[in-house]
Design a protein around this ligand. Structure first.
Ligand SMILES: Cc1cc2nc3c(=O)[nH]c(=O)nc-3n(C[C@H](O)[C@H](O)[C@H](O)COP(=O)(O)OP(=O)(O)OC[C@H]3O[C@@H](n4cnc5c(N)ncnc54)[C@H](O)[C@@H]3O)c2cc1C
Length: 396
Protein backbone atom coordinates (compact mmCIF):
# COMPACT_ATOMS: atom_id res chain seq x y z
CA UNK A 1 0.00 0.00 0.00
CA UNK A 2 1.28 3.47 -0.87
CA UNK A 3 2.28 6.14 1.69
CA UNK A 4 -0.84 7.68 3.34
CA UNK A 5 -1.96 11.09 2.16
CA UNK A 6 -2.75 13.82 4.63
CA UNK A 7 -6.07 14.49 2.92
CA UNK A 8 -8.07 12.60 0.30
CA UNK A 9 -10.67 14.72 -1.49
CA UNK A 10 -13.40 12.84 -3.33
CA UNK A 11 -14.71 14.94 -6.23
CA UNK A 12 -12.97 17.52 -8.41
CA UNK A 13 -15.91 19.93 -8.68
CA UNK A 14 -15.67 23.53 -7.43
CA UNK A 15 -15.92 22.41 -3.78
CA UNK A 16 -13.31 19.63 -3.94
CA UNK A 17 -10.74 21.47 -6.05
CA UNK A 18 -10.98 24.62 -3.92
CA UNK A 19 -10.54 22.60 -0.71
CA UNK A 20 -7.60 20.69 -2.19
CA UNK A 21 -5.88 23.90 -3.24
CA UNK A 22 -6.06 25.27 0.32
CA UNK A 23 -4.81 22.00 1.81
CA UNK A 24 -1.92 21.69 -0.62
CA UNK A 25 -0.95 25.35 -0.11
CA UNK A 26 -0.29 24.46 3.53
CA UNK A 27 2.28 21.90 2.46
CA UNK A 28 0.04 18.96 3.25
CA UNK A 29 -0.18 15.98 0.90
CA UNK A 30 -3.53 16.19 -0.85
CA UNK A 31 -5.03 13.72 -3.31
CA UNK A 32 -8.14 14.50 -5.38
CA UNK A 33 -10.04 11.56 -6.85
CA UNK A 34 -12.68 11.96 -9.54
CA UNK A 35 -14.48 9.38 -11.61
CA UNK A 36 -14.55 11.62 -14.68
CA UNK A 37 -11.93 11.43 -17.46
CA UNK A 38 -11.85 15.21 -17.88
CA UNK A 39 -12.51 17.60 -14.99
CA UNK A 40 -15.67 19.64 -15.58
CA UNK A 41 -16.88 17.55 -18.55
CA UNK A 42 -19.71 16.96 -19.25
CA UNK A 43 -21.08 20.26 -17.94
CA UNK A 44 -24.19 19.57 -15.86
CA UNK A 45 -25.05 23.15 -14.97
CA UNK A 46 -26.82 26.36 -15.99
CA UNK A 47 -23.42 28.04 -15.44
CA UNK A 48 -24.86 31.07 -13.64
CA UNK A 49 -22.80 32.53 -10.80
CA UNK A 50 -23.99 35.72 -9.06
CA UNK A 51 -21.43 38.52 -9.28
CA UNK A 52 -19.45 39.38 -6.14
CA UNK A 53 -21.68 42.41 -5.47
CA UNK A 54 -24.81 40.32 -5.95
CA UNK A 55 -23.52 37.73 -3.46
CA UNK A 56 -23.15 40.56 -0.92
CA UNK A 57 -26.91 41.02 -1.21
CA UNK A 58 -27.58 37.25 -1.22
CA UNK A 59 -25.30 36.44 1.72
CA UNK A 60 -24.96 39.74 3.60
CA UNK A 61 -23.23 38.13 6.60
CA UNK A 62 -20.59 36.32 4.56
CA UNK A 63 -17.09 37.73 4.53
CA UNK A 64 -15.66 35.12 2.16
CA UNK A 65 -18.35 34.75 -0.50
CA UNK A 66 -17.64 37.80 -2.70
CA UNK A 67 -14.01 36.75 -3.07
CA UNK A 68 -14.93 33.10 -3.60
CA UNK A 69 -17.21 33.91 -6.58
CA UNK A 70 -14.79 36.33 -8.20
CA UNK A 71 -14.50 34.37 -11.47
CA UNK A 72 -11.58 35.40 -13.70
CA UNK A 73 -12.81 37.32 -16.75
CA UNK A 74 -11.53 34.71 -19.23
CA UNK A 75 -14.15 32.18 -18.05
CA UNK A 76 -17.11 34.57 -18.30
CA UNK A 77 -19.10 34.17 -21.53
CA UNK A 78 -21.92 36.60 -20.69
CA UNK A 79 -23.14 38.94 -17.98
CA UNK A 80 -26.82 39.15 -17.15
CA UNK A 81 -28.49 42.06 -15.38
CA UNK A 82 -31.91 40.82 -14.34
CA UNK A 83 -34.13 37.85 -13.58
CA UNK A 84 -37.60 37.58 -15.10
CA UNK A 85 -40.09 35.28 -13.38
CA UNK A 86 -42.92 33.97 -15.57
CA UNK A 87 -46.07 32.64 -13.93
CA UNK A 88 -48.14 29.79 -15.44
CA UNK A 89 -50.54 32.24 -17.15
CA UNK A 90 -47.66 34.30 -18.53
CA UNK A 91 -47.51 37.22 -16.05
CA UNK A 92 -43.94 38.48 -15.79
CA UNK A 93 -42.04 39.93 -12.84
CA UNK A 94 -38.56 41.30 -13.45
CA UNK A 95 -35.97 42.57 -10.99
CA UNK A 96 -32.26 43.42 -11.13
CA UNK A 97 -29.89 40.52 -10.46
CA UNK A 98 -26.30 40.61 -11.67
CA UNK A 99 -24.76 37.33 -12.71
CA UNK A 100 -21.77 36.01 -14.61
CA UNK A 101 -22.45 33.15 -16.96
CA UNK A 102 -19.31 31.05 -17.01
CA UNK A 103 -17.81 28.35 -19.15
CA UNK A 104 -17.92 25.76 -16.40
CA UNK A 105 -15.86 23.10 -18.09
CA UNK A 106 -12.92 25.49 -18.42
CA UNK A 107 -13.57 27.08 -15.01
CA UNK A 108 -13.69 23.71 -13.21
CA UNK A 109 -10.50 22.64 -15.02
CA UNK A 110 -8.79 25.82 -13.87
CA UNK A 111 -9.84 25.22 -10.25
CA UNK A 112 -8.35 21.70 -10.43
CA UNK A 113 -5.21 23.13 -12.04
CA UNK A 114 -4.93 25.64 -9.17
CA UNK A 115 -4.95 22.68 -6.77
CA UNK A 116 -2.25 20.91 -8.82
CA UNK A 117 -0.17 24.10 -8.94
CA UNK A 118 -0.39 24.29 -5.15
CA UNK A 119 0.97 20.72 -4.94
CA UNK A 120 -2.12 18.48 -4.94
CA UNK A 121 -2.27 15.26 -6.92
CA UNK A 122 -5.38 14.76 -9.08
CA UNK A 123 -6.28 11.24 -10.19
CA UNK A 124 -9.04 11.01 -12.81
CA UNK A 125 -11.03 7.95 -13.94
CA UNK A 126 -10.89 7.02 -10.25
CA UNK A 127 -14.25 6.11 -8.75
CA UNK A 128 -14.43 5.85 -4.99
CA UNK A 129 -16.55 2.77 -4.30
CA UNK A 130 -16.59 2.85 -0.52
CA UNK A 131 -14.81 3.92 2.65
CA UNK A 132 -14.21 0.63 4.47
CA UNK A 133 -12.28 2.27 7.30
CA UNK A 134 -12.04 5.74 8.75
CA UNK A 135 -8.83 6.45 6.83
CA UNK A 136 -9.40 4.21 3.84
CA UNK A 137 -11.02 4.54 0.45
CA UNK A 138 -11.57 1.78 -2.08
CA UNK A 139 -10.91 3.21 -5.52
CA UNK A 140 -11.69 1.66 -8.89
CA UNK A 141 -9.61 2.83 -11.84
CA UNK A 142 -9.86 1.57 -15.43
CA UNK A 143 -8.34 -1.81 -14.72
CA UNK A 144 -7.66 -2.09 -11.00
CA UNK A 145 -9.25 -1.66 -7.61
CA UNK A 146 -6.93 -0.37 -4.93
CA UNK A 147 -6.94 1.29 -1.51
CA UNK A 148 -6.01 4.87 -0.71
CA UNK A 149 -5.28 5.89 2.86
CA UNK A 150 -5.47 9.41 4.26
CA UNK A 151 -5.63 11.05 7.67
CA UNK A 152 -8.65 13.17 6.73
CA UNK A 153 -11.33 12.74 4.06
CA UNK A 154 -13.26 15.49 2.28
CA UNK A 155 -16.47 14.34 0.61
CA UNK A 156 -17.07 16.73 -2.29
CA UNK A 157 -18.68 14.04 -4.38
CA UNK A 158 -22.14 15.48 -5.03
CA UNK A 159 -25.66 14.63 -3.87
CA UNK A 160 -25.17 10.86 -3.91
CA UNK A 161 -21.92 11.12 -1.99
CA UNK A 162 -20.15 7.85 -1.21
CA UNK A 163 -18.30 9.58 1.63
CA UNK A 164 -21.63 10.70 3.14
CA UNK A 165 -22.93 7.13 2.97
CA UNK A 166 -19.85 5.92 4.86
CA UNK A 167 -20.56 8.44 7.65
CA UNK A 168 -24.00 7.06 8.53
CA UNK A 169 -27.66 7.33 7.62
CA UNK A 170 -28.06 10.87 8.92
CA UNK A 171 -25.67 12.13 6.26
CA UNK A 172 -27.73 10.87 3.33
CA UNK A 173 -30.13 13.18 1.47
CA UNK A 174 -33.75 12.16 1.47
CA UNK A 175 -34.64 10.78 -1.97
CA UNK A 176 -37.74 13.02 -2.12
CA UNK A 177 -35.54 16.12 -1.96
CA UNK A 178 -33.35 15.12 -4.88
CA UNK A 179 -34.44 17.00 -7.95
CA UNK A 180 -33.55 15.56 -11.34
CA UNK A 181 -32.69 18.31 -13.82
CA UNK A 182 -32.38 18.16 -17.60
CA UNK A 183 -30.94 20.78 -19.88
CA UNK A 184 -30.27 21.53 -23.55
CA UNK A 185 -27.53 23.87 -24.66
CA UNK A 186 -29.01 25.52 -27.74
CA UNK A 187 -27.53 27.79 -30.40
CA UNK A 188 -29.40 30.41 -32.41
CA UNK A 189 -31.82 31.18 -29.58
CA UNK A 190 -33.66 34.50 -29.81
CA UNK A 191 -33.35 35.82 -26.24
CA UNK A 192 -32.41 39.05 -24.51
CA UNK A 193 -28.78 38.30 -23.52
CA UNK A 194 -29.08 40.36 -20.34
CA UNK A 195 -32.09 38.55 -18.84
CA UNK A 196 -32.35 35.17 -17.12
CA UNK A 197 -35.85 33.69 -17.29
CA UNK A 198 -37.46 31.37 -14.75
CA UNK A 199 -40.78 29.72 -15.69
CA UNK A 200 -43.18 28.20 -13.17
CA UNK A 201 -46.12 25.86 -13.67
CA UNK A 202 -47.38 22.36 -12.93
CA UNK A 203 -47.02 21.31 -16.60
CA UNK A 204 -43.62 23.01 -16.89
CA UNK A 205 -41.72 21.87 -13.81
CA UNK A 206 -43.75 20.59 -10.85
CA UNK A 207 -41.86 21.27 -7.63
CA UNK A 208 -39.25 23.27 -9.50
CA UNK A 209 -38.88 25.67 -12.41
CA UNK A 210 -37.58 25.87 -15.95
CA UNK A 211 -34.86 28.29 -16.98
CA UNK A 212 -33.42 30.09 -19.97
CA UNK A 213 -29.89 31.32 -19.26
CA UNK A 214 -28.25 33.24 -22.10
CA UNK A 215 -24.61 32.23 -22.53
CA UNK A 216 -23.85 34.92 -25.13
CA UNK A 217 -23.49 34.60 -28.93
CA UNK A 218 -27.06 33.28 -29.28
CA UNK A 219 -26.29 30.27 -27.09
CA UNK A 220 -28.52 29.48 -24.12
CA UNK A 221 -28.80 26.89 -21.39
CA UNK A 222 -32.45 25.83 -21.39
CA UNK A 223 -33.47 23.36 -18.75
CA UNK A 224 -35.69 22.46 -15.88
CA UNK A 225 -35.63 20.74 -12.51
CA UNK A 226 -38.55 19.07 -10.79
CA UNK A 227 -39.35 16.79 -7.88
CA UNK A 228 -41.77 13.93 -8.40
CA UNK A 229 -42.43 13.95 -4.65
CA UNK A 230 -44.18 17.31 -5.03
CA UNK A 231 -46.21 16.91 -8.17
CA UNK A 232 -46.41 15.74 -11.71
CA UNK A 233 -47.56 12.52 -13.30
CA UNK A 234 -45.46 9.70 -14.68
CA UNK A 235 -44.57 11.76 -17.77
CA UNK A 236 -40.91 11.09 -18.62
CA UNK A 237 -38.65 14.01 -17.69
CA UNK A 238 -37.50 14.41 -21.30
CA UNK A 239 -41.13 15.12 -22.33
CA UNK A 240 -41.39 17.99 -19.83
CA UNK A 241 -38.30 19.59 -21.33
CA UNK A 242 -39.45 18.98 -24.92
CA UNK A 243 -42.84 20.53 -24.16
CA UNK A 244 -41.19 23.53 -22.53
CA UNK A 245 -38.71 24.10 -25.34
CA UNK A 246 -40.73 23.24 -28.44
CA UNK A 247 -44.17 24.47 -27.34
CA UNK A 248 -43.71 27.26 -24.81
CA UNK A 249 -40.50 28.68 -26.26
CA UNK A 250 -41.44 27.93 -29.89
CA UNK A 251 -40.98 31.54 -31.04
CA UNK A 252 -37.60 31.97 -29.38
CA UNK A 253 -36.13 28.78 -30.86
CA UNK A 254 -37.47 28.96 -34.43
CA UNK A 255 -33.98 28.74 -35.91
CA UNK A 256 -32.24 27.18 -32.91
CA UNK A 257 -30.33 23.90 -32.72
CA UNK A 258 -29.63 21.61 -29.80
CA UNK A 259 -25.88 21.60 -29.26
CA UNK A 260 -25.74 19.38 -26.18
CA UNK A 261 -28.04 17.53 -23.81
CA UNK A 262 -27.25 17.05 -20.17
CA UNK A 263 -28.85 16.05 -16.90
CA UNK A 264 -28.01 15.55 -13.24
CA UNK A 265 -29.42 15.75 -9.74
CA UNK A 266 -29.81 18.86 -7.57
CA UNK A 267 -30.16 18.28 -3.79
CA UNK A 268 -33.02 20.57 -2.71
CA UNK A 269 -33.46 19.52 0.91
CA UNK A 270 -31.25 22.22 2.39
CA UNK A 271 -28.05 21.67 4.33
CA UNK A 272 -27.58 18.42 6.25
CA UNK A 273 -28.00 18.79 10.02
CA UNK A 274 -24.41 17.70 10.46
CA UNK A 275 -21.62 17.86 7.91
CA UNK A 276 -18.66 16.30 9.71
CA UNK A 277 -17.86 13.19 11.73
CA UNK A 278 -14.49 12.21 13.19
CA UNK A 279 -11.93 12.82 10.42
CA UNK A 280 -14.34 13.40 7.53
CA UNK A 281 -16.43 16.31 6.31
CA UNK A 282 -18.89 16.97 3.50
CA UNK A 283 -18.96 20.05 1.31
CA UNK A 284 -20.84 21.43 -1.70
CA UNK A 285 -23.75 19.35 -2.99
CA UNK A 286 -22.67 16.45 -0.77
CA UNK A 287 -23.48 18.66 2.25
CA UNK A 288 -26.70 20.03 0.73
CA UNK A 289 -25.08 23.44 0.25
CA UNK A 290 -27.58 24.49 -2.39
CA UNK A 291 -30.02 27.43 -2.29
CA UNK A 292 -33.26 25.48 -2.25
CA UNK A 293 -35.26 28.44 -3.57
CA UNK A 294 -33.32 28.60 -6.84
CA UNK A 295 -31.14 25.47 -7.08
CA UNK A 296 -27.86 27.38 -7.21
CA UNK A 297 -24.90 25.71 -5.49
CA UNK A 298 -21.73 27.05 -7.11
CA UNK A 299 -21.19 30.04 -4.74
CA UNK A 300 -21.60 27.87 -1.65
CA UNK A 301 -19.41 25.11 -3.16
CA UNK A 302 -16.63 27.64 -3.77
CA UNK A 303 -16.96 29.29 -0.36
CA UNK A 304 -17.58 26.02 1.49
CA UNK A 305 -14.58 24.44 -0.26
CA UNK A 306 -12.35 27.17 1.10
CA UNK A 307 -13.73 26.72 4.64
CA UNK A 308 -13.39 22.92 4.34
CA UNK A 309 -9.75 23.24 3.27
CA UNK A 310 -8.89 25.64 6.08
CA UNK A 311 -10.68 23.51 8.69
CA UNK A 312 -8.92 20.31 7.63
CA UNK A 313 -5.56 22.07 7.78
CA UNK A 314 -6.30 23.15 11.38
CA UNK A 315 -7.54 19.64 12.20
CA UNK A 316 -4.28 18.10 11.00
CA UNK A 317 -1.78 20.73 12.12
CA UNK A 318 -3.36 22.15 15.28
CA UNK A 319 -5.49 19.21 16.36
CA UNK A 320 -8.63 21.38 16.15
CA UNK A 321 -11.90 19.48 15.86
CA UNK A 322 -13.71 19.54 12.51
CA UNK A 323 -16.70 20.99 14.36
CA UNK A 324 -15.15 24.38 13.53
CA UNK A 325 -15.94 23.62 9.88
CA UNK A 326 -19.63 23.33 10.67
CA UNK A 327 -19.59 26.53 12.73
CA UNK A 328 -17.81 28.48 10.03
CA UNK A 329 -19.94 27.56 7.05
CA UNK A 330 -23.10 28.13 9.11
CA UNK A 331 -21.84 31.59 10.07
CA UNK A 332 -20.99 32.40 6.44
CA UNK A 333 -24.09 31.13 4.62
CA UNK A 334 -26.08 28.75 6.84
CA UNK A 335 -28.93 31.10 7.66
CA UNK A 336 -29.60 31.91 3.99
CA UNK A 337 -29.67 28.21 3.06
CA UNK A 338 -32.16 27.51 5.87
CA UNK A 339 -34.36 30.43 4.77
CA UNK A 340 -34.23 29.22 1.16
CA UNK A 341 -35.48 25.85 2.36
CA UNK A 342 -38.39 27.51 4.17
CA UNK A 343 -39.27 29.33 0.96
CA UNK A 344 -39.25 26.02 -0.90
CA UNK A 345 -41.46 24.27 1.68
CA UNK A 346 -44.05 27.03 1.36
CA UNK A 347 -43.78 26.98 -2.44
CA UNK A 348 -44.28 23.20 -2.38
CA UNK A 349 -47.76 23.72 -0.99
CA UNK A 350 -48.64 26.48 -3.45
CA UNK A 351 -46.94 25.44 -6.68
CA UNK A 352 -48.72 22.17 -7.55
CA UNK A 353 -51.71 24.25 -8.63
CA UNK A 354 -51.27 26.67 -11.52
CA UNK A 355 -54.30 28.67 -10.42
CA UNK A 356 -52.94 29.23 -6.92
CA UNK A 357 -49.41 29.87 -8.23
CA UNK A 358 -50.79 32.59 -10.50
CA UNK A 359 -52.85 34.16 -7.74
CA UNK A 360 -49.93 34.08 -5.29
CA UNK A 361 -47.38 35.46 -7.76
CA UNK A 362 -49.72 38.25 -8.83
CA UNK A 363 -50.62 39.12 -5.25
CA UNK A 364 -46.99 39.03 -4.18
CA UNK A 365 -45.65 41.07 -7.09
CA UNK A 366 -41.97 41.85 -7.60
CA UNK A 367 -41.61 43.37 -4.12
CA UNK A 368 -42.27 40.05 -2.44
CA UNK A 369 -41.00 37.66 -5.13
CA UNK A 370 -37.53 39.19 -5.39
CA UNK A 371 -36.50 38.48 -1.78
CA UNK A 372 -37.71 34.88 -2.12
CA UNK A 373 -35.28 34.21 -4.98
CA UNK A 374 -32.57 35.91 -2.91
CA UNK A 375 -33.04 33.46 0.01
CA UNK A 376 -34.81 36.08 2.08
CA UNK A 377 -38.35 36.32 3.40
CA UNK A 378 -40.23 39.61 3.68
CA UNK A 379 -40.90 40.08 7.43
CA UNK A 380 -44.63 39.22 7.55
CA UNK A 381 -44.06 36.17 5.34
CA UNK A 382 -41.06 35.22 7.48
CA UNK A 383 -43.17 35.08 10.64
CA UNK A 384 -46.11 33.41 8.92
CA UNK A 385 -43.92 30.83 7.22
CA UNK A 386 -42.10 29.91 10.45
CA UNK A 387 -45.48 29.03 11.98
CA UNK A 388 -46.66 27.41 8.77
CA UNK A 389 -43.59 25.18 8.37
CA UNK A 390 -43.76 24.23 12.06
CA UNK A 391 -47.37 23.15 11.60
CA UNK A 392 -46.50 21.35 8.40
CA UNK A 393 -43.82 19.30 10.16
CA UNK A 394 -46.29 18.42 12.91
CA UNK A 395 -48.65 16.86 10.40
CA UNK A 396 -45.94 15.09 8.35
C1 LIG B 1 -28.81 20.93 -14.58
C2 LIG B 1 -28.18 21.71 -13.45
C3 LIG B 1 -28.06 23.11 -13.55
C4 LIG B 1 -27.46 23.83 -12.52
N1 LIG B 1 -27.30 25.17 -12.68
C5 LIG B 1 -26.68 25.90 -11.72
C6 LIG B 1 -26.42 27.28 -11.91
O1 LIG B 1 -26.73 27.86 -12.97
N2 LIG B 1 -25.82 27.97 -10.89
C7 LIG B 1 -25.46 27.36 -9.73
O2 LIG B 1 -24.92 28.04 -8.82
N3 LIG B 1 -25.66 26.04 -9.53
C8 LIG B 1 -26.24 25.29 -10.51
N4 LIG B 1 -26.40 23.95 -10.34
C9 LIG B 1 -25.86 23.33 -9.12
C10 LIG B 1 -24.34 23.22 -9.22
O3 LIG B 1 -23.98 22.59 -10.44
C11 LIG B 1 -23.78 22.43 -8.04
O4 LIG B 1 -24.33 22.94 -6.86
C12 LIG B 1 -22.25 22.52 -7.98
O5 LIG B 1 -21.66 21.92 -9.10
C13 LIG B 1 -21.75 21.83 -6.72
O6 LIG B 1 -20.37 21.69 -6.75
P1 LIG B 1 -19.68 20.43 -6.05
O7 LIG B 1 -18.22 20.63 -6.17
O8 LIG B 1 -20.27 20.20 -4.72
O9 LIG B 1 -20.16 19.16 -6.90
P2 LIG B 1 -19.96 18.79 -8.43
O10 LIG B 1 -19.66 19.97 -9.23
O11 LIG B 1 -21.14 17.96 -8.79
O12 LIG B 1 -18.68 17.85 -8.39
C14 LIG B 1 -18.71 16.57 -7.81
C15 LIG B 1 -17.61 15.76 -8.44
O13 LIG B 1 -17.54 14.53 -7.74
C16 LIG B 1 -17.29 13.49 -8.66
N5 LIG B 1 -17.75 12.24 -8.04
C17 LIG B 1 -19.01 11.95 -7.63
N6 LIG B 1 -19.04 10.72 -7.07
C18 LIG B 1 -17.78 10.24 -7.13
C19 LIG B 1 -17.17 9.02 -6.71
N7 LIG B 1 -17.86 8.06 -6.11
N8 LIG B 1 -15.84 8.85 -6.94
C20 LIG B 1 -15.12 9.82 -7.55
N9 LIG B 1 -15.64 10.99 -7.97
C21 LIG B 1 -16.95 11.20 -7.74
C22 LIG B 1 -18.06 13.89 -9.89
O14 LIG B 1 -17.54 13.29 -11.05
C23 LIG B 1 -17.88 15.42 -9.90
O15 LIG B 1 -16.78 15.81 -10.69
C24 LIG B 1 -27.00 23.18 -11.34
C25 LIG B 1 -27.12 21.80 -11.24
C26 LIG B 1 -27.69 21.06 -12.28
C27 LIG B 1 -27.79 19.57 -12.15
Amino acid sequence: MSQPYDVAVVGAGPAGSTAAQIVASSNLRALVLDRRSIVGTPVQCGELIPTPSETRRLFPRSKMMPKAVNVPREFITNRTKSIRLISPNGSTFEFPFEANIVDRSRFDRQLAQNAVDAGAEVQLRSTVLKRPGKNELTVRTQNTTHKVTANAIIGADGPRSVVARSMGLRFIHSESDLSPALQYVMSGVDVDPSVVEMYFGEKIAPGGYAWVIPKGDGLANIGFGMRRSVGGDATPLRRYLERFVFVLLAQKIESAKIVRKTGAIIPMGGPLHETWFQNALLVGDAAGHVMASNGGGIPTALCGGRIAGESVVKYLTENESLSSYEQMWRAEFGQELETALRVLRVADVVMPSDVITDICMNLAGVRFLEPLIRCRLPLPVDLASKTFVKLLYQFM
